[in-house]
Design a protein around this ligand. Structure first.
Ligand code: LMR
Length: 396
């Protein structure tokens, strides 16, 4: 049976990890995968996570199955964090949140849910979007198309073109949005633009599916959910796939959720049963460790306050790096304008390099990015900035 299988190339983002790890150059830089790094280049365990993990270790009494819902306190805390404790959808009990293995798990369950509800639905993603979006929806048997989003010339949003394209979408369509910190381009709609997008969703009746992978990394924990909350106010249905990988730094624990807001509490309860049947077919029962940690943090006033400070610290460091990068590139006499880096947010931006320039960075300097020249801004630090800027100057 398996003789027919041929080796496939590694996922472009994951392939970078292996290539960087195998490179003996002491000056090598990994600008590939989206993990936060501190000033020393490490991806630390957050203090709030360390403390919660100790509590979990000393209080957990069983490793028996959790059941399809997972950790109930995690689900309710996530729901409040995303939609707002005072929101009408929560007050009316119209949201169901179910933990998933990472945000990717949430996306795949969302895809299966849509496929179950409407097998011929089309999913529309921004051009460009996270590379794995391109794989997840077709893997669930859904057609994936794109709408205009990023203008490579201006390094900015193609807002008018996006609105024109979305004005043609309707009830058979699912439109995928990045709530904040767009991956890969770092460009988000502004508040007025979100107002217009969410109005359009209500008017046209397409289903918004929001990928919330970087809550807290753009403007703030509440601010970064503004689009979700507007969709939930204006539209009868919205799905959110959220991740705790970055904002709790629990990447390998695989902590995420799918949240579905519906028109009525009964519909939400019905949809939850479908989610449970879909998760049962995928992985039967969810993991407990990471969601247990987040549950403890979000139910402790002290740990929540610490977590909020730690998220703000990561956000401020990335924003500071964006500013430093722009200043240092200009100071190095590089004529090309990189000031767009400071107008963008989150871990990622495109540097606007050709595939050949990306290859030269890799081969001549051991600086690793994906071919699109998407870089993880958090990978820069005092120890590697000069080396990077010298290399950039040479390949430009
Ligand atoms: C990224 O885009 O680098 C992250 O979201 C990690 C991943 O799984 O691709």
């Amino acid at each position: 049976m398996l003789d027919r299988l041929k080796a496939v190339a590694p996922d472009p983002i994951l392939g970078i990890i292996a290539a960087h790890a195998a490179d003996p150059n002491p000056n090598k830089i990994d600008l590939g995968i989206g993990v936060y790094r501190d000033a020393e280049g490490n991806t630390p365990i957050l203090d709030c996570v360390l403390q919660a993990e100790r509590i979990l270790d000393s209080t957990q009494t069983s490793k028996s199955y959790l059941g399809p819902r997972g950790v109930p306190g995690f689900n309710s805390a996530m729901r409040e964090l995303i939609f707002g404790a005072e929101s009408a959808v929560l007050r009316d009990d119209r949201v169901r949140t179910v933990q998933t293995p990472g945000g990717t798990g949430g996306l795949r369950i969302a895809a299966d849910l849509v496929k179950t509800a409407r097998p011929d639905a089309k999913v529309w993603a921004s051009d460009p979007t996270w590379a794995n979006h391109l794989a997840i929806f077709p893997a669930a048997g859904l057609e994936l198309l794109n709408y205009p989003y990023f203008d490579r010339e201006r390094s900015d949003l193609r807002f008018d073109a996006m609105m024109t394209a979305l004005a043609e979408r309707g009830p058979d369509d699912v439109v995928l949005f990045h709530a904040c910190c767009h991956n890969p381009c770092g460009v988000s709609p502004g508040p007025d633009q979100w107002d217009a997008i969410t109005d359009l969703a209500a008017e046209r009746g397409f289903l918004p599916l929001v990928d919330l992978a970087y809550q807290g990394f753009e403007r703030g924990i509440e601010e970064d959910c503004r689009s979700v909350r507007l969709f939930a106010e204006k539209c009868p249905e919205v799905i959110v796939a959220s991740s705790c990988s970055k904002n709790f730094g629990v990447y390998r624990e695989r902590v995420g959720a799918i949240s579905v807001a519906c028109g009525t509490a009964q519909k939400a309860a019905d949809v939850e049963t479908v989610i449970h049947s879909v998760t049962r077919k995928n992985y039967s029962m969810p993991p407990a460790h990471g969601t247990g940690i987040v549950d403890i943090i979000l139910h402790s006033g002290e740990l929540t306050a610490l977590w909020r400070r730690e998220v703000a610290g990561m956000r401020d460091r990335i924003n500071g790096l964006r500013k430093t990068l722009v200043e240092r590139i200009a100071a190095a006499g590089i004529e090309r304008d990189f000031s767009f880096l400071q107008r963008q947010s989150g871990m990622f931006s495109f540097l606007g390099l050709s595939v050949d320039q990306v290859r030269r960075l890799r081969e001549d300097y051991s600086i690793y990015t994906v071919d699109s020249a998407r870089v993880n801004i958090a990978s820069f630090n005092d120890g590697n900035l000069d080396y990077f800027i010298d290399a950039l100057k040479t390949v430009l």
